[in-house]
Design a protein around this ligand. Structure first.
Ligand SMILES: Nc1ncnc2c1ncn2[C@@H]1O[C@H](COP(=O)(O)OP(=O)(O)OP(=O)(O)O)[C@@H](O)[C@H]1O
Ligand SMILES: [Mg+2]
Length: 291
């Protein structure tokens, strides 16, 4: 056999092995509800974004009920910079005055959401973009007057999300909520956690720009592979977290507490991390589990 043919055969064999390994996971995943939070931090590279969208598409084709919740932190910072507005955070939450709120809506609903919808549609599985204001999906209220228009979600009404899923579309949700006095900026991690709770999701996946939770935030060698719910609570009480990890870990704890079976943080900048997480034996990133 020519060496070229042998190489082709090896590649084909490797593909067959991957499919064989994926088979039990595909069986296990059918009909399961997965909420994927796609962080703005991992959306910088269009090539990688296209891979993430392709992976989401594949999950859908495998029969999973996929709900996408997205952030857009970096794009919001850029617009604020262009508008000469300040970028301020407190405990990982964006301080949101009225002008910042308009920028948040413009970027999340007007840009990032529609870009994801377009990309999913191009892959073939039609998506529907909504914000938490549509169908009053996120009933919101102010968190703290010092944070301005940052909102919590008092309740998620899942009717619109369920309708979209029943009609076989992929719901893509921008994390903006509304209350009687207008719109609220909901941290996308918080929004994803609440959606997972309300949908009784089997799995909640955070795609971000780091491999997972590091014990020392500056040292990727200290990646934590697995944490139980009580260990997650201890971590929150120790107050060693900072930046965007604070709302992430808080929402993860809340989701576990509300009964979501499994939560993972994985690197959205790693090629096909979603597929690796769901369809292979070795997990990646940090996994958070019930005690
Ligand atoms: N202990 C830690 N381990 C890992 N990352 C940490 C830790 N503490 C803080 N971080 C920071 O958290 C960041 C991820 O959160 P960030 O809010 O920036 O992104 P995101 O939530 O994925 O995107 P978006 O906010 O746009 O939805 C990482 O880039 C990292 O700098
Ligand atoms: Mg964040």
């Amino acid at each position: 056999m020519k060496s070229h043919d042998m190489r082709q055969r090896d590649i084909a064999l490797a593909k067959a092995e991957v499919l064989t390994e994926a088979l039990p996971w595909i069986n296990h995943s059918r009909g399961k509800t997965v909420v994927v939070k796609y962080g703005g931090a991992a959306m910088e590279d269009p090539e990688l974004m296209s891979q993430v969208v392709g992976d989401v598409e594949l999950l859908k084709l495998m029969g999973m009920r996929v709900v996408l919740v997205h952030g857009g932190g970096k794009a919001i910072n850029k617009l604020l910079g262009d508008l000469d507005l300040p970028v301020r955070f407190k405990n990982g939450l964006r301080v949101t005055d009225d002008a910042t709120m308009e920028a948040v809506q413009e970027v999340l609903i007007g840009k990032v959401n529609q870009q994801l919808v377009w990309a999913l549609n191009e892959y073939g599985h039609n998506a529907v973009g909504i914000s938490g204001a549509d169908g009053k999906t996120f009933k919101s209220e102010q968190v703290d007057p010092e944070l301005g228009r940052v909102g919590t979600i008092r309740e998620v009404d899942v009717s619109l999300i369920e309708t979209i899923l029943e009609d076989d579309y992929i719901p893509v949700i921008a994390s903006v909520g509304c209350g009687p006095d207008g719109f609220y900026n909901i941290n996308a991690d918080v929004a994803a956690g609440k959606v997972a709770e309300a949908m009784h999701a089997d799995k909640l996946i955070y795609l971000t720009d780091v491999d997972g939770l590091y014990r020392d935030r500056n040292d990727p060698e200290t990646l934590i592979a697995q944490l139980t719910k009580s260990e997650t609570q201890e971590l929150l009480e120790s107050q060693t977290l900072d930046g965007g990890m604070i709302p992430k870990i808080q929402s993860i704890y809340d989701a576990l507490d509300a009964g979501v079976g499994q939560v993972v943080i994985i690197n959205g900048k790693l090629s096909h991390s979603l597929l690796l997480e769901i369809f292979t034996d070795e997990g990646i990133g940090t996994m958070f589990l019930q005690d």
